[in-house]
Ligand binder design. Structure first.
Ligand code: NI
Length: 132
């Protein structure tokens, strides 16, 4: 069984490879090299055994709390390029998925479940899924 919690955040970013110069970045990323923002949706899917005493795989209140503290509080209404777990990364949604996986894997394990998937929708048309 899989359980998915959705959270939303709005954040700004610009795509930039710090190893390239201004002109090269412009060529590679085009308009995405300009400062702009998205209304993202984050879907965190977990799996695991149903606990006999609660009937839960994970207490969704606890899951909500760790996603809020570790991810949403840092990203929402912020500049992604300067968020601690995105420092020195190109702020693509691919990299966001990978870094968010890294931030949530252990805390979810401590709650007795297993992180299964991170999905982020960046626009109506573009979504990204990561299975670790
Ligand atoms: Ni963008």
């Amino acid at each position: 069984m899989y359980i998915t919690r959705r959270e939303r955040f709005s954040a700004a970013h610009k795509l930039e490879n710090t190893h390239l110069n201004t002109k090269e970045n412009k060529q590679l990323f085009d308009k995405c090299n300009n400062l702009h923002g998205h209304n993202y949706e984050l879907f965190v899917t977990v799996t695991g055994a149903i606990k006999p005493n609660s009937g839960f795989i994970i207490d969704l209140k606890d899951l909500k709390k760790i996603i809020q503290e570790k991810i949403i509080d840092k990203l929402d209404h912020n500049y992604i390029n300067e968020v601690d777990f995105m420092k020195n990364k190109i702020t693509t949604t691919e990299n966001l998925c990978v870094q968010i996986w890294g931030e949530l894997k252990e805390p979810i394990k401590l709650l007795g479940a297993k992180l299964y998937k991170i999905k982020i929708t960046e626009t109506e048309n573009n979504s990204f899924e990561y299975y670790g």
